[in-house]
Design a protein around this ligand. Structure first.
Ligand code: SF4
Length: 260
């Protein structure tokens, strides 16, 4: 039996055994982490994970989409051309939309329309979690706002509650949009009718790897680390640079910091 088939059967068996128990997604990723070769290293552990995006570097390449492509590939997010139905974990918005509170009619024209990287803010006080009737979304102790797509009933309360538009709904069957050969067997695919979003690459952290977007950014404009660690790079960057966050006035306490 080849490795991918064995891995697939392990995933399937694990899903059946765990339905009704602890969140299936978390159990799955834990299991996969254990199944990875030992050379991949220890799980990354943090007190409070956060991301810093250096917009000065990122905006140098307005057409660059490497991080989003890499993220979507590894998480089996299909490309859907219809904007009404598209599913996205990380994407670009015009600066004036991403940072409406920072934008005035006098904002530099060149900045106004600049594509700005956005994704789930892994808020400390996430409204999406509060409204979910099935606890399919929850905040971990290390700050990651998780999503168990197997538990989601598709009510979309979380989509309404998120003030950042960070969640997508699968209006159509995403499996039908993925080419068989492109499917990453180490991450679950989803079905029609469920919500999904960025998970700070929880499955990769469990294998000792940084988020895929951070790893793949050719400009090295993204940083991920533990804010509670005074020696972490994210702490240093936030201390040494002026950073902004999206809609801080809402009290959600987002944990994506942007150097401008
Ligand atoms: Fe929830 Fe939206 Fe905050 Fe992410 S950005 S934690 S989806 S409210």
């Amino acid at each position: 039996m080849d490795t991918s088939r064995r891995k697939f059967l392990k995933i399937a068996g694990c899903s059946v055994a765990l339905i009704g128990g602890k969140p299936v997604f978390e159990a799955l990723t834990n299991d996969l982490a254990a199944a990875e070769p030992v050379s991949l290293g220890q799980a990354l552990k943090g007190g409070r994970w956060a991301m810093v995006v250096d917009l000065r570097k990122c905006m140098e390449k307005p057409d660059c989409n490497v991080c989003a492509d890499a993220c979507h590939k590894v998480h089996n997010v299909p490309t859907i051309d219809d904007p009404q139905e598209e599913v996205k974990w990380i994407w670009k918005e015009k600066f004036e939309n991403a940072f409406a509170e920072e934008s005035t009619e006098y904002l530099k024209e060149s900045l106004k329309n600049k594509p700005t990287l956005v994704f789930c803010n892994h808020c400390d006080n996430p409204p999406c979690v509060r409204v979910c009737p099935t606890q399919s979304t929850w905040k971990r102790e290390d700050g990651i706002v998780m999503m168990d797509m197997h538990r989601c009933i598709g009510c979309r309360y979380c989509i309404v509650a998120c003030p950042y538009g960070s969640r997508s709904f699968n209006f159509s069957d995403p499996r039908k949009k993925l080419k068989k050969e492109d499917v990453n067997l180490s991450f679950p695919t989803r079905s029609k009718g469920v919500v999904e979003k960025c998970n700070f690459c929880a499955e990769r952290l469990a294998r000792g790897q940084k988020p895929k977007c951070v790893e793949s950014c050719p400009e090295k404009a993204m940083y991920f680390g533990d804010l509670r660690d005074p020696n972490s790079e994210v702490r240093r960057l936030i201390q040494e640079n002026f950073t902004i966050r999206r809609k801080p006035g809402l009290g959600t306490n987002p944990h994506i910091f942007y150097i401008v």
